[in-house]
Structures are given as C-alpha cells and as structure tokens.
Ligand binder design. Sequence first.
Ligand SMILES: Cc1ncc(COP(=O)(O)O)c(C=O)c1O
Length: 397
Amino acid sequence: MDYDRFVATRLKTIPPSGIRRFFDIIATMPDVISLGIGEPDFITPHEIVEAGIRSLRDGHTGYTSNSGLFELREALSDYLARRYGVQYDPEREILITVGVSEALHLTATALLNPGDEVIIPEPCFVSYAPTVALAGGRPVHVPTRAEDAFQVDAEQVARAVTPRTKAVLIGYPNNPTGAVMSRERLAELVGLAKAHNLLIWSDEIYDRLVYGVEHVCVPTLPGARERTILLGGFSKDFAMTGWRLGYACGPAPLIAGLRKVHQYIVMSAPTTAQYAALEALKVADEVVEHMRLAYDRRRQVIVRGLNEIGLPTFEPRGAFYVFPNIESTGLSSEEFSERLLLEERVAVIPGSVFGPSGEGFVRCSYATSLTELEEALDRIERFVARVRRERRARPEE
Ligand SMILES: Cc1ncc(COP(=O)(O)O)c(C=O)c1O
C-alpha cells in the first residue's frame, strides 16, 4: 500500500529530529557516558513525589478544570508575583498545560494563520521551528553568535520582519548554548516588538537555573506584558520531566484561544502532576537551590575542562548545557559527535540540529554526575588529541 499518500503533506516538510538518531545509536551501546540528554539527572524531590501520591490516595483521579486546578493557578500567580513582580489573573490569564511542549503548540495553533511568520533566533530548542510549521506558520531563523554571547540582536530581528511577521519566539536561559539574555538586549527586543506590533513568545523553562546573573522575566519589562506569552514549566527546575506539566500566561483574549485548543486536545493536564506541582511551588526555594548549586559546580568543571582541551567554550550562565566550539578539529559537528560516540562512547549532540549557526559546535549537558563528567572529559581529550594527530599526519591538500 502507498501509505505516503495518506500522510499529511505539511508533515513531510519537517525533518525528523536530529537528536533522535543519536539516541537510537546510544541505545545499542553499553558503557556510554551521555552528555546528550536534556533532562535533570536528579529525581523529583521527595516532598513533591509524596504530594502526587497523596493526591491519588485522596481520590483525585479525575479530570481537573480545563485551565488546570484553580488552586494551582492561584499558587502560580502568587509565585510569579513574588519571584518576578508580574501579575497574572488565575481565572483568565493562566493555563496549565502538558509541559512547555504543549504550551508551545497551543500558542502556535491558536495564534497563527497559514503563512504567518515567527522569527526564531537560533541555535535554539529543536521543537520551535517544527511547532510553528505544524501550525501552518513559517519559521524564520535569525542567527546568534558566540562572539556576541549568543544574545538576540534586535537590529537583526528587525531586518527579518515582514508584513506577515506575527511573533518572535525566544528561549532564555537557552538550550543549547546556556546563554542568558541581558536586560538591555531584552529591552531592545521589546522595543522592536512594540515598533512592529509583534508578540513575544518567551519560553522561560530554565528560569531558575542561572549562575551569577539575573534571569529577566520578559513580561516584567516596560511595555512587554501586553504582548508576551510567558511559557514556563516544572520539567527542568524541579526535575519533573516525566510528570509533563507546564503553563502559559498572557493577556486573557490570547489565553482564551490557547484554552480552546487545549480543551479539545487534552481536556486537562495530568491531575496527579498538578497536585505535585502545587507542592513544588511551596517547597521551591529549598529544593531548587540544592540542584542549582550542584549544576553550577559541574558547569565550572566542564567549562574549564573543555577550554583546557582546546575546545573554546563560551561560559554558559544558565540551563545545564555547554556549547564548545569544535571547529579546530576539522570535523563537522555531526562527524565529531558520531566519532566521539563510536570511538570513546561519549554522547554529545551536534550543534547543527539546533539551527545553522550551531554548526561548528556540539551541545554537552552537564546534568550528570561529577565523576561521569570527569571521565567524559578524559575521553574527549583522548579523542581530540587523536583527531589532531590524524590531521597532522594527513598530507596537505
Ligand atoms: C527550551 C525548552 N523548552 C521546552 C522544553 C520542553 O519542556 P517540557 O518538558 O515542559 O515539555 C525543553 C525540553 O528540553 C526545552 O529545552
């Protein structure tokens, strides 16, 4: 049977995830140190797990309201007000979702007409462009550069604006670079959004994982709240990837659109996870700090180690990724990652999967133990030395 003719055409324009291919290879190999996976190596703090279990024992096994438990929306509203000073009405301006993944899809589906353009600075999270494309929109990439600390350049974004541009989609602290946007650069971006009447979709899923710098919550900037969809979640900060819980906050008429899509595709986010998240917000200050400090120690070890190996590494100030420059090896990011995996059993992700500007870099996650990180650095050093020896032995072309 020709199944191809049954598959939607819009799906064919979307390449399969470049990350998946690596995970498929890893799954077949023993003794791999994985710096590939973008999730915490911690398990969910036990208070949060207990709250989830308790909710089940108490019989909370049904759907919640489409928007999510009112108690959770209220707690989230208080949490965001306390932490960032931004106010969202729990009734009309907050929607609890199945992770930021769903929140992104809702945003694109509810807000884009066919052919609408969304400007996406890259390198960026692999789902952004497919999410926009699946909703019928057109992703338009603009590059960010290591020399500029992977900051979004508002002037460059301005040059990409057309009459079809509807939004700019940013994710800071950034996956894969670990960059954190400065207040000044964000303010410039907000200025540009105002000038061209654009929305800002701000994925702030790593908001609490910053090291020695402030995280600026985009809607707190002057004039930003009315045009921002704030996307946040529990996966990374609280080590809750498997619970599948996130949220979208924004002006009521836009959130009403997201809610409409949400109610027809998932009804409500997982109930157990919502009770767990309620507890997470209560204990956040104790439990997150412990993990953040551990990531920070590992961050310092890996940045120093990679630079000493001769792979220039921009100092990441957020999330749990480093993005070393591997151009000096003469390998493409894909060749580097594939050979490192096969020859030394260390998994990293080719920078090219995060956008064209990611070529020449690889992403390493340091959400792994210090012992494993140190072993991985030894293996990377051995690999890089071998590749360099091979290059020197090769006759000049
Ligand atoms: C920047 C970014 N946004 C969103 C997600 C998805 O998060 P969630 O687990 O909340 O769906 C990820 C996961 O890797 C991510 O890195």
